[in-house]
Ligand binder design. Sequence first.
Ligand SMILES: [Zn+2]
Length: 287
Amino acid sequence: MLVSAKEMLNKAREGKYAVGQFNINNLEWTKAILLTAQELQSPVILGVSEGAGKYMCGYKTVVGMVKGMIEELGITVPVALHLDHGTFEGAKACINAGFSSIMFDGSHYPIEENIEKTTTLVHACDVLGLSLEAEVGAIGGEEDGVIGSGECADPNECKMIADLGVTMLAAGIGNIHGKYPENWPGLSFETLAAVKEKVGDMPLVLHGGTGIPEDMIKKAISLGVAKINVNTECQLSFQAATRKYIEEGKDLQGKGFDPRKLLAPGFEAIKATVKEKMELFGSVGKA
Ligand SMILES: [Zn+2]
């Protein structure tokens, strides 16, 4: 079922676990994530960046693919289809296309403008029963060509945005998109605790879930993180499995060139990564 992320995240926050957001790029990615969620009876959030949306021929194509797949694969666990780091225009386009959840990333605007644009989207999402994620304090690393550097959000600004009525809040706590550098100082739990104190029960979102040590993930969940975004890690496991298949010359044997065979090891690798994350986040059996 395609649903808003609100209920699954409130349950996660209360139950002290987190729901994974796994970004999709194509049919194989989507199928691997949905099947794993169903097998493990876990709620799941499918993330779509604006770049990936364009790559998949637009948001309507994405909605059609995901809805069709949920029906034809017999997926019964809660699935949210979520715009990741949306612009204001992108958010409006995804609302119109039938997404069930939206992230508006106004973190690069002055706080007044972030508040104004987020407020408009709170109303638009409320009318349709969609969940809305807002961001305060830019998250480091590269996302669709935008590079930042592991900032920490201002807890007072977090409260201002949370009070607008968003469903969930992404606050920078030293996390970074992509691979973490050797000299990364780790998550700022002081910032996380200070944000939590200001925003109360609102589910918090941890971006850049690839490569954060397990003990830090668990501590973040205990401090109110209820949604964790994973993107790069699925890309890396897909790449490694595909490279192995080619390097072993399997594409040259028999019908090994058949795309359904060529993409199968990468597909299985994504499934394994998603399973590992759902187990770590504690969402298995929570559907
Ligand atoms: Zn992110």
